[in-house]
Design a protein around this ligand. Structure first.
Ligand code: FDA
Length: 510
């Protein structure tokens, strides 16, 4: 495999010289930049993966990516593409077999057409950069996508993109109107030349499988000049159980301008000193406080929201608020390294969809999990659906979780101490909780959100994988859209050049 490296490096250098490309975009483990490029917020994938990338390429030009594809084929070494590097299982920067990383960080330009209300966004840009760039243009032009500003466009837009406006404006993928992609033959395609099947597949069918996306063109949305936010926390002593129970009956049904997201944390009670549970209702209302208060009084009076809890601000300020960056200057949105909560630590996430309210005793069981010492840094997020999300058909994009879902659950646990014992303890907690939840969540298949990637759901083989094996995880993420994704993959990449542990398999390998 040392020969592999040498061959790949030689091939790429040769290609770059021929096309007069700058060869200083190739980083081997001997470069100091390599270590910088390998830094990630989630230490779990790199701590358990035996392989390090043989080299990292950070292209500026399309031809440099085409050359990497060419050499990867020639030498037989796998490519992993990384945009923002936030993959939950680290699949953009770890692999079980020899690989190189094509890191898209230099493909990060954003061009906005305010008149047409569209934007071309390159994949290496982050959500924060997109929000920042929009805010610079206008107070009311915005986009609907995730909350954490350091998430990359490339991975995020490939798998869905849920955020605080999703009940009103749906997901990032619902607004993609064109794209630029390099396929397995090194050809550069746009919507017209790739055709509607492939264009459909890359809007939610997950990164990796269909090619390397260079940029997405999106339709922008319009938001009011002033929006209202609040974050109200209630402990068990303050009736959290009843409030969370009640929330399930309104969260997906209220006015679609209102998104009440729920965070459940384990916390130490200031009164008893014991571990307890705190429920935070984190909310965006696309309107003014004078309209929000009567709405809350009508729909969710139990919460006891008062005017003092609410803050009016611009939409861009709300993106700072939800990522814990309130009162900081907007420039903080441009950082590629998280500025809050997430100092590098070990992290495991999982997801579920809830179609019927969880009864009180079911919630009490969740509280017991959160009260365990191991869940010290554990958290559940309940993200409401409904609104516009349930008006879009399940087959419109590969993202299938539409009508009928009340909310999505995100289970997260992080920890700071290295070592296998700690790893197993936390994985075990997360799996026990997941198995406890089975009776309360969607079934046959038990659905999951692709962007909260979870390898516990099933994996491909390093080489070829049967349809049957891949459908174990594929049907959970994509439901009835999985078969169409397999058809598209078979057409555009029959040799399975672009692959990872959870990529769509071509039919040739059934
Ligand atoms: P990364 O670069 O790791 O890529 C993810 C996957 O896509 C990998 O398999 C990669 O190979 C592939 N890929 C990347 N770029 C590609 C390209 N150009 N072409 C083809 N394939 C490509 N989600 C959400 O919906 N709402 C939210 O609010 C959040 N919040 C959030 C916070 C934090 C802290 C994390 C870590 C994650 C989230 N997410 C989220 C989940 C997030 O949407 C998901 O992890 C995305 O895949 C991340 O995209 P990146 O480009 O950063 O990841």
């Amino acid at each position: 495999s040392t020969q592999h490296n040498k061959d790949f490096l030689e091939c790429l250098t040769d290609q770059y010289e021929r096309t007069n490309s700058a060869t200083d975009v190739i980083f081997t483990p001997n470069n100091t930049t390599y270590a910088f490029l390998m830094q990630s917020q989630n230490l779990r994938p790199t701590s358990t993966s035996p392989q390090r990338p043989r080299l990292i390429v950070t292209p500026f030009y399309e031809s440099e990516i085409q050359a990497a594809i060419y050499c990867s084929k020639k030498v037989g070494i796998q490519i992993r593409v990384r945009s923002g590097g936030h993959d939950y299982e680290g699949l953009s920067y770890t692999s079980r077999i020899p690989f190189v990383i094509v890191d898209m960080r230099n493909f990060r330009s954003i061009s906005i057409d305010s008149k047409e209300k569209t934007a071309w966004v390159q994949v290496g840009a982050t959500l924060g950069q997109l929000y920042y760039t929009l805010a610079r243009k206008s107070r009311t032009l915005a986009f609907t996508a995730g909350v954490c500003p350091t998430v990359g466009i490339g991975g995020h837009f490939s798998g869905g993109g849920y955020g605080m406006m999703s009940r009103r404006h749906a997901l990032a993928v619902d607004h993609i109107i064109d794209a630029k992609l390099i396929d397995a033959n090194g050809q550069i395609l746009d919507r017209k030349s790739m055709g509607e099947d492939l264009f459909w597949a890359i809007r939610g069918g997950g990164g990796t499988s269909f090619g390397i996306v260079l940029a997405f063109k999106v339709e922008l949305i319009t938001v009011p000049e002033t929006v209202t936010v609040f974050n109200v926390t209630r402990t068990l002593e303050q009736n959290a159980t009843q409030l969370v129970h009640r929330w399930q009956y309104i969260a997906d049904k209220v006015d679609e301008n209102l998104l009440l997201r729920l965070f459940l944390n384990s916390d130490r009670s200031p009164i008893t000193g014991n571990r307890t549970v705190a429920a935070s209702f984190t909310t965006l209302f696309l309107g003014r406080v004078c309209d929000l208060l009567p709405l809350m009084e009508r729909e969710f009076p139990e919460l006891g929201l008062v005017e003092q809890d609410c803050i009016e601000m611009s939409w861009i300020e709300s993106t700072l608020f939800f990522s814990g960056l309130q009162n900081q200057s907007l420039d903080v949105l441009l950082s590629r390294v998280p500025q809050t909560f997430y100092s590098p630590s070990y992290f495991k996430g999982k997801s579920d969809y809830v179609r019927q309210p969880i009864p009180i005793n079911g919630l009490r069981g969740i509280w017991r999990f959160l009260s365990e010492e191991v869940a010290n840094m554990g958290q559940l997020q309940f993200s409401p659906y409904g609104g516009v999300l349930s008006t879009i058909s399940e087959s419109e994009t590969p993202f299938p979780h539409r009508a009928g879902n009340i909310f999505m659950i995100h289970y997260g646990v992080s920890w700071e101490r290295a070592g296998n014992a700690e790893l197993q303890r936390h994985l075990n907690w997360s799996r026990r909780l997941y198995s406890y939840m089975a009776p309360y969540v969607s079934q046959s298949p038990r659905a999951a959100y692709f962007n909260y990637r979870d390898l516990d759901l099933g994996m491909n083989n390093p080489g070829n994988t049967s349809y049957r094996q891949a459908s174990v995880w594929g049907l959970r993420y994509f439901q009835n859209n999985f078969n169409r994704l397999v058809r598209v993959k078979t057409e555009v990449d029959p040799s399975n050049f672009f692959r990872n542990e959870q990529s769509i398999p071509p039919r040739a390998t059934w």
